[in-house]
Ligand binder design. Structure first.
Ligand SMILES: [Zn+2]
Length: 375
C-alpha cells in the first residue's frame, strides 16, 4: 500500500484514509475550504488552524493575475506568502478562465482571455498552468481542463472532452519535468530554513487528472478510462455543480467513481450542501471543496444541525441562543443569534468572520462525523 494514500477502512463504497502531502497529513474524507485570493475570505490563518483545516484550496487564475505567480515565487511560494504551513491544493485556472474572463478563445494550444480585473490579454496553456501552479508551490496541482458548460449537447461535450484529454497528457508531461522546482523544494535544496523541513524530505507535489464529459455517462466513462491509462496519483471529477439538477450531479459521480482506481484519492470539485458532501463521502469520494459555506456566511445564511437559517431574519432579533445548540464551534460557544443578527444589520465586518467560522466548523464537523462512522 502506498505511503501517499493509506486506506484504513471501507464501509460500503466509502472509505476512511490518510493522504500524506508534503505540508500536511490529511484525514479523508475531507472538506477543503476555498482560499481564492490566498485567503479564505474573512478568516485569518490562525483560525483555520484552530478549526483543524489541514488542506485548503487556492485559485490559480486569481493569484496569477494578482499579485502574480512570479511575485509569489520570489516570496518563497504561496505557503510562505500567506503564512500557511499546512497543505494547499491549487486548481488549474481553467474553471475561472471559463467563468470569469471575457473574450476567451479556445484552441488546441490553450485559451486566450482577458483579465476580469483590467481587461489585459493573457494566454493559458496546459504548460503555463503547470508553471503557475509550480511557482505557487501547491501540494496538489490540477491538470488544465476545459470545464464544459451546462447545458451542453453531446457534440459540444465530446469536442470539449477531447481537448481536456489532450491537455491532461500535456499537463502531466510538463508537470513531471518541472515539479522539483516548487519553491519549497528549491529552499530545501539550498539548505535554507523551513519550519516544515522534516516533513518535506524527498517529497514533491502531485498532479491530479480531471474527469470531464458534461452530463453524458458515456463520455465520463471514456474520460475516466483515458486518464487512468495516463496514471495520475489522484483523480478529480470536474464540470459538476455548474447549474445541473442535483440528481444529475449524483448520477455523474455514481457513474464515474467505480471507474477510478480504488487505491487512489478521488476528488469531486465544487460541491455541495452539507447533506450532499456527506452522501458523496459515503459513496467513496475522498475530497471535496466548495465556496458555499464561506459565500453563504457572508450573506447571513448559516448551516445548522436543524437546517439552514438566515440570521438576518427579524425572529432572531432578541434570540439569545447560539446559532446551533449542537455545534461546539468558537462562535456558538460565545455569541448569540441576536448579536450575529445585529452585526449583519449594522454591516459590521465581524459578521462575515463569525458567520464564516461557524459555517466552516459545521462543514468540517460534517466530514468528521462521516469519518467517525467509518472508524
Ligand atoms: Zn457553530
Amino acid at each position: 500500500m502506498s505511503q501517499y494514500f493509506q486506506i484504513h477502512r471501507t464501509v460500503g463504497a466509502g472509505r476512511r484514509a490518510t493522504l500524506t502531502l508534503p505540508h500536511a497529513t490529511v484525514e479523508t474524507p475531507v472538506f477543503m475550504p476555498v482560499g481564492t485570493q490566498g485567503t479564505v475570505k474573512a478568516i485569518p490563518q490562525h483560525l483555520l488552524e484552530e478549526l483543524d483545516v489541514r488542506l485548503l484550496l487556492g485559485n490559480t487564475y486569481h493569484l496569477y493575475l494578482r499579485p502574480g505567480h512570479e511575485a509569489i515565487r520570489r516570496m518563497g511560494g504561496l505557503h510562505r506568502f500567506m503564512s500557511w504551513e499546512r497543505a494547499i491544493l491549487t486548481d488549474s485556472g481553467g474553471f475561472q478562465v471559463f467563468s470569469l474572463s471575457d473574450l476567451r478563445k479556445v484552441t488546441e494550444e490553450g485559451v486566450a482571455f482577458r483579465s476580469h480585473i483590467d481587461g489585459s490579454s493573457h494566454f493559458f496553456s496546459p504548460e503555463h498552468s503547470m508553471d503557475v501552479q509550480i511557482a505557487l508551490g501547491s501540494d496538489i496541482a490540477m491538470a488544465f481542463d476545459e470545464c464544459t458548460e451546462y447545458p451542453a449537447d453531446y457534440a459540444r461535450a465530446r469536442a470539449s472532452l477531447d481537448i481536456t484529454l489532450q491537455w491532461a497528457k500535456r499537463s502531466k508531461e510538463h508537470f513531471e519535468a518541472h515539479k522539483s522546482s516548487v519553491p519549497w523544494a528549491v529552499d530545501k535544496a539550498q539548505g535554507s530554513e523551513l519550519r516544515a523541513q522534516e516533513r518535506l524530505e524527498g517529497q514533491f507535489p502531485s498532479l491530479f487528472g480531471i474527469v470531464q464529459g458534461g452530463m453524458f455517462a458515456e463520455l465520463r466513462r471514456e474520460a475516466a478510462e483515458r486518464l487512468v491509462e495516463m496514471d495520475f496519483p489522484g483523480y478529480a471529477i470536474g464540470g459538476l455543480s455548474v447549474g445541473e439538477p442535483r440528481e444529475l450531479t449524483r448520477e455523474m459521480i455514481a457513474t464515474t467513481l467505480p471507474l477510478l482506481p480504488k487505491d487512489k484519492p478521488r476528488y469531486v470539485m465544487g460541491v455541495g450542501y452539507p447533506d450532499e458532501i456527506a452522501e458523496y463521502a459515503r459513496m467513496g469520494v475522498d475530497m471535496m471543496d466548495c465556496v458555499l459555506p464561506t459565500r453563504a456566511a457572508r450573506h447571513g445564511l448559516l448551516f445548522t444541525s436543524e437546517g439552514r437559517l438566515n440570521i438576518k431574519n427579524r425572529q432572531y432579533a432578541e434570540d439569545q441562543g447560539p446559532v446551533d445548540g449542537n455545534c461546539g464551534c468558537m462562535v456558538c460557544r460565545r455569541y448569540s443569534r441576536a448579536y450575529l443578527r445585529h452585526l449583519m444589520a449594522a454591516q459590521e465586518p465581524l459578521a462575515a468572520v463569525l458567520n464564516t467560522v461557524h459555517n466552516l466548523a459545521f462543514y468540517l464537523e460534517t466530514m468528521r462525523k462521516v469519518r467517525e462512522e467509518m472508524a
